[in-house]
Design a protein around this ligand. Structure first.
Ligand code: BGC
Length: 485
């Protein structure tokens, strides 16, 4: 619900007064002393009783409950918008509108001789979803609005700077708008991921934003969330083999692979350039998309002799095929996977270099799937005396890799502006909370259904544009780096 308030805040330009969490409001008949969450506040008009009904200052009750308040001096109406509730009361009338439907009040709102407007507290509070208690001996009215958790976010691991970027950007976005959301990390474990999802289901989230550790293993969590009536947004990585995915927030991952491969192609001259291929985790659908995009660009250049694959017999066996099936890609990925793990990446690169002859080294070209693995692989190639130069790809624009690019140790990265992904994820969540459907430009087949998505563009970054793309754009502070060009 707070998310909706925040959305309205963004659209209508007001700031919700209530932070995420529950609220308790207490007022005493005839007194200007009141409390919000047990903190004293002073009312400009004491609550009054009329026909046995309590009337309270219209602005105060709305703000205390986090609603957007409106006053139309021409129509003499007051309005409250909170979550999916839109309430309009007319001064002096017992007819009110709730979401466009007429309702009869037992007491009309009124403007007192003091000029203050008062409204029936029970009607407003209960319609908004709060509970009202009346103590006739103390003459205190207590309004309680339970805490709700609108959105649960589950990210794969804190061990890669990429996902810390996402956490930071989510926190920034959530803080400014006052959303009610919680971010949990799965630390590379599908079991932990499932526990996280179950904890969020128990807390009553309405939307789950899940970046799966293992695409297929996550299907069970998505199914559980769907069964609990929760909307499931697959974040960055696609949850596979289940119908229980409502939306996919993603970058154009095929374009990532193409950008990496195009960079290698653009830097290569002559023929027989040694090419080393590395891939992400086979449990991550993105690893296939990245590889598919890269293969699309590299294969013709392998076929024409520009590149010679040096570290995958499976890729060599398939090098005549312009398009690979998922199974075929699986065979190559199985041989050159880093599992998104820096240590595995380094060990694999070292093993490849140990087997390779000096003639297979020289000026080499390396398809590294992301920044973390690129740094490990670059270190291994950099340490090999037979490697004269290397061109190596990456993705994520992680801070350590941006420094590697500045220092000439990594050639390029693909910037996936996480702020865009976070904004898209929050926008999709808000759409679901307000009964709308997020914008879709395409679908991604997850093995069971075509999941609606609107992929975001990616940007190639190397030394020549690192400052413009990452510093001047405000993505990072210059102070994070040394030796910026
Ligand atoms: C993400 C990449 C990330 C990789 C490893 C992929 O699914 O799209 O940005 O580098 O996982 O965590």
């Amino acid at each position: 619900m707070l998310l909706v308030v925040a959305l309205l805040a963004a659209v209508l330009g007001f700031t919700p007064v209530r932070a995420a969490g529950g609220v308790v409001v207490q007022m005493t008949i005839g007194s200007t002393k009141a409390t919000i969450n047990f903190k004293a506040v002073v009312l400009d008009q004491p609550p009054i009783i009329e026909n046995g009904r309590t009337l309270v200052p219209f602005r105060f009750i709305g703000e205390a409950l986090g609603a957007k308040i409106g006053w139309d001096p021409v129509k003499k109406t007051v309005s409250y918008v909170l979550g999916d509730k839109n309430i309009v009361l007319t001064i002096g009338s017992i007819t009110a509108m709730v979401n466009g439907v007429e309702t009869t009040l037992d007491v009309a709102p009124k403007i007192l001789p003091t000029g203050r407007t008062v409204v029936p507290v029970r009607f407003i509070s209960e319609t908004i979803g709060a509970k009202v208690d009346w103590n006739s001996s103390t003459r205190i009215v207590t309004i309680t609005m339970a805490a709700t958790l609108d959105v649960g976010i589950v990210l794969p691991t804190k061990d890669e700077p990429r996902w810390i970027q996402d956490e930071t950007r989510f926190n920034d976005a959530l803080k400014t708008a006052g959303y009610s959301a919680e971010i949990l990390f799965s630390q590379g474990s599908s079991a932990k991921e499932k526990e996280n999802v179950e904890a969020l289901i128990t807390k009553g989230v309405k939307v789950l934003i899940l970046c799966p550790q293992d695409a297929t293993a996550a299907a069970a969590s998505a199914d559980e969330a769907r069964a609990a009536g929760i909307k499931v947004i697959s974040y960055d990585r696609l949850i596979r083999d289940t119908k229980a995915v409502d939306y996919y927030v993603t970058f154009d991952s095929i374009a990532v692979g193409k950008a990496q491969a195009q960079y290698l192609v653009d830097k290569a001259t002559g023929t027989k350039n040694p090419l080393y291929l590395y891939a992400g985790a086979a449990t991550d659908n993105n690893a296939f998309l990245f590889f598919e995009g890269a293969w699309d660009v590299l294969q013709p250049k392998i076929a024409d002799g520009t590149f010679v694959i040096k570290n995958s017999s499976q890729a060599v066996a398939l090098q005549g095929k312009a398009t690979l099936t998922r199974d075929e890609m699986g065979k190559i990925i199985g041989q050159v996977t880093t599992n998104w793990d820096f240590t595995i990446a380094k060990n694999l690169a070292e093993a490849n270099l140990t087997i390779a002859k000096a003639a297979d080294k020289g000026n080499v070209f390396i398809l590294a799937p992301n920044d973390g693995t690129a740094r490990s692989i670059a270190d291994a190639f950099g340490d090999d005396k037979d490697v004269k130069s290397y061109v190596i790809t990456g993705q994520d624009a992680e801070i350590p890799s941006v420094q590697y690019i500045i220092d000439g140790k990594q050639s390029m990265t693909v910037l996936k502006d996480v702020r865009t992904l976070v904004r898209d994820a929050i926008a999709a969540a808000v759409d679901y909370l307000t009964g709308k459907t997020p914008e879709q430009t395409t679908t991604y087949n997850n093995g069971k259904i075509g999941v609606p998505a609107k992929p975001s563009v990616v940007v190639t970054v190397d030394k020549s544009n690192v400052k413009a793309a990452l510093i001047d754009s405000g993505y990072y502070k210059a102070s994070e780096f040394t030796g910026l060009p």
